[in-house]
Design a protein around this ligand. Sequence first.
Ligand code: SF4
Length: 242
Amino acid sequence: MGTSQYMKSKNLRLCEIFKSISGEGLRQGVPAVFVRFSGCNMNCDYCDTKYHKYDFKMVSIDDILENEIVKKSKYFVITGGEPFVQHEDIFELIHQLSLLGKVEIETNGSNLYSNVLNLYKKVNPFKVLLTVDYKMDQASELYVKNFDMGLDLIKNKMQELGVDDRWFPLCCIKIVVKNKKEIDESYELSKKYSGFKIILSPCYGIISPTEMAEYIVDKEYDDLRVQVQLHKYLWEVNARGK
Ligand code: SF4
C-alpha cells in the first residue's frame, strides 16, 4: 500500500478532538488540543470518560491531520480510553503530530514495554512526553513486569540521548490515590522508580486534596508531587470536551 493510501485508511477509533487545558502531568495548565480515542483494556470504576467506549467513528491519519483545530495547534495530548490499544497507525499519527509540535501521550501503563518500543521506533523521543498511569488496583505481576521493563527502556533511551539523569523530564508517573495506604505504596514506588517524577492526584470525591497533601507533608514523603485533576476544578465535573 502506498504512503498516501496508508494515511487514508480508516483504522483509528476517534472519540473526539477538542481544545482545552492540560489537566495533569508535567505540563499541567498548558493549553492543548486533545485527541481522544475509543477503547480501553481496563475498566476503572472512577473512569471519567466512559463515553469513549461507545461514541466514536473510524477515521484515518489524514482525517485527523486535516482537522481544523489540529492544524492550528502546536501541542497535542493523545488520550482515551487507552491510545495504545488502537491500530498500529497510532504510531504514525503520533509521528506526524510530532512534526507539527509536541505530543503528550496519556497511557494507563499496561504493556508499557512493547508500546514504548514501538513508539521510539517511529517517533523522536524528544518530541513526546509520556504521562504513564500506575494503576494500583490493576497491578498484576504481568502489569508490573511490563511496567518495570518499559521504564527501564525509557531510562536507557534518556541516558543514551544525554538527558539529565537526575530525573527524566520526558516521562512522569501519575497515580490516582483513594486512601492513605495507596499514598504509602506510592512512596515505596518513588524509591523503586527513582529518576521519574511521581505525581499523585486524589481520586475525586473519595479523598480530599487537603487530606492527601497533609498526609504527604506529615510523613515527609518529599519525593512525591501533589496535583489535583485540574479539569475537575476548571470545568463542570465530567464535562465532555473539556
Ligand atoms: S485506564 Fe483510563 S480510560 Fe481506561 S477505564 Fe481506566 S480511567 Fe478509564
